[in-house]
Write a protein that binds this ligand. Structure first.
Ligand SMILES: Cc1ncc(COP(=O)(O)O)c(C=O)c1O
Length: 414
């Protein structure tokens, strides 16, 4: 029976997005809660600066050479049409980049590289390539959930592999039970990791290759932050012997080149996986604007841009870690990414207690106008991002001083 003002459309939504209950669910998801709390805090304290450690994207423009290339190429008639599965120059640039930055040689640009309109849609397509109803995708958690969501949409199941501090935020592959291994087709990993900032080791990647081979699993390594490392050189999954036989790596220009809005990524690795991706992709989109791909060619040819961006995050993260450590948090420099991932306090002395990271994050935004992202998947942690807005280097210090000032007087108990 239709309520007044309702149409039959409400009854037709697919079950995968909530069916007839679509848009009416009582449950509010984490990121929506954060947005609402932000809005409420801003209207309760008009004129007060919001300190935004919550954002997951760069605070600056793409570099001038990249922008100039787009400007020029956008005016070229040859770039106007559908790009389909990509232009040859971009594939070749990606293969050269893998050699130059990661020491991964021998990539065939004809068969082992394909672009994507950002890594998010690339990851979203993997279940369409491999997952039949009943198949399993292994996903590290906490993490970037897109591949899991689409696995469910195709009737598959997701098995989460918790990332725990005591394991260096690496999944414990040995603990995966036999029946899960039998059904597993995809393994999603992401290093440097969002949100933990942890880096992988070569030994871990070797273990992943062995696991994949023994269990006939395809590895998808999400390398969105791979080039943003601090103490060690960037490490590619494909640099490990045998990796190309078991999987692919997804690289993105979003974080490494301040190009989030441009939407450009590439998948590299196993030829059969790339062929499957090309087939599905061709049924979803008609490729990224060729002028953007050509700007991407310029970017991939200038990895020193990423070095400059990484140096800025390193400077900020070190300063943030020092400030948080002064407050009692166990804040350590991450191996890569632009995130600091710290255990939440149990409470404030003579004050509020927190039972989840979500509660602590809500406290920070409501009481202090400080935005963060909480994670309660494997322990209660808060993510502070180094991409907060500031007017240049000197202003960074001012933002951190303001952060300290707002937290002053709070004695956290851990
Ligand atoms: C781990 C991870 N993977 C993938 C993405 C998506 O990046 P993009 O689609 O901009 O390439 C993000 C973005 O935040 C991310 O954090």
């Amino acid at each position: 029976m239709l309520q007044s003002g309702e149409t039959y459309i409400q009854s037709l939504f697919a079950e995968r997005i909530g069916g007839a209950m679509f848009g009416k669910e009582q449950k509010i998801y984490k990121f929506e809660k954060i947005k609402r709390a932000r809005r409420a805090a801003l209207s309760a304290h008009p004129g007060t600066e919001l300190i935004d450690f919550g954002v997951g994207e760069p605070d600056e423009m793409a570099f001038p050479g990249v922008v100039q290339t787009l400007r020029k190429e956008a005016a070229e008639p040859e770039n106007r049409g559908y790009a389909d599965n990509g232009i040859q120059e971009f594939k070749e640039a990606a293969a050269r980049y893998m050699q130059k930055v990661y020491g991964v040689g021998g990539i065939n640009p004809e068969t082992e590289v394909l672009h994507g309109i950002g890594s998010k849609p690339v990851l979203a397509m993997f279940p369409a390539i491999f997952i039949n109803p009943g198949d399993v995708t292994l996903m590290t958690a906490p993490g970037y959930e897109v591949m899991g969501t689409h696995t469910r949409w195709y009737g598959g199941a997701v098995v989460n592999l918790p990332l725990r501090e005591e394991n260096g935020f690496l999944p414990d592959l040995d603990s995966i039970p036999g029946d899960v291994r039998k059904k597993a087709k995809l393994l999603y990993i992401n290093y440097p990791n969002n949100p933990t900032g942890a880096g992988a080791t070569r030994a871990f990647f070797e273990k992943v290759v062995k696991f994949a081979r023994e269990n006939s699993v395809i590895v998808v390594h999400d390398a969105a932050y791979a080039a943003l490392t601090f103490d060690a050189r960037p490490l590619s999954f494909l640099s490990v012997s045998g990796a190309k036989e078991v999987g692919v790596e997804v690289h993105s220009l979003s974080k490494a080149y301040n190009m989030t809005g441009w939407r450009l990524a590439f998948v590299v690795g196993n030829e059969r996986v790339i062929a499957g991706y090309g087939n599905v992709k061709d049924n979803y989109d008609s490729g990224q604007f060729k002028a953007i791909q050509k700007a991407g060619v310029y970017a991939l040819g200038h990895p020193e841009i990423t070095d400059e961006i990484a140096a800025k995050y390193e400077r900020r993260l070190r300063a943030m870690a020092a400030v948080l450590a002064e407050m009692g948090f166990n804040a350590k420099m991450p191996a890569g990414s632009f995130y600091l991932y710290v255990k939440m306090p149990k409470g404030v002395r003579n004050g509020k207690r927190f039972s989840t990271a979500e509660e602590f994050s809500e406290f920070l935004i409501t009481e202090k106008l400080i935005s963060t992202v909480p994670w309660d998947d494997a322990g209660a942690f808060i993510r502070f991002s180094a991409t907060f807005e500031s007017q240049g280097k000197a202003d960074e210090q001012r933002v951190l001083e303001e952060f300290k000032k707002r937290m002053a007087g709070l004695q956290f108990e851990f």
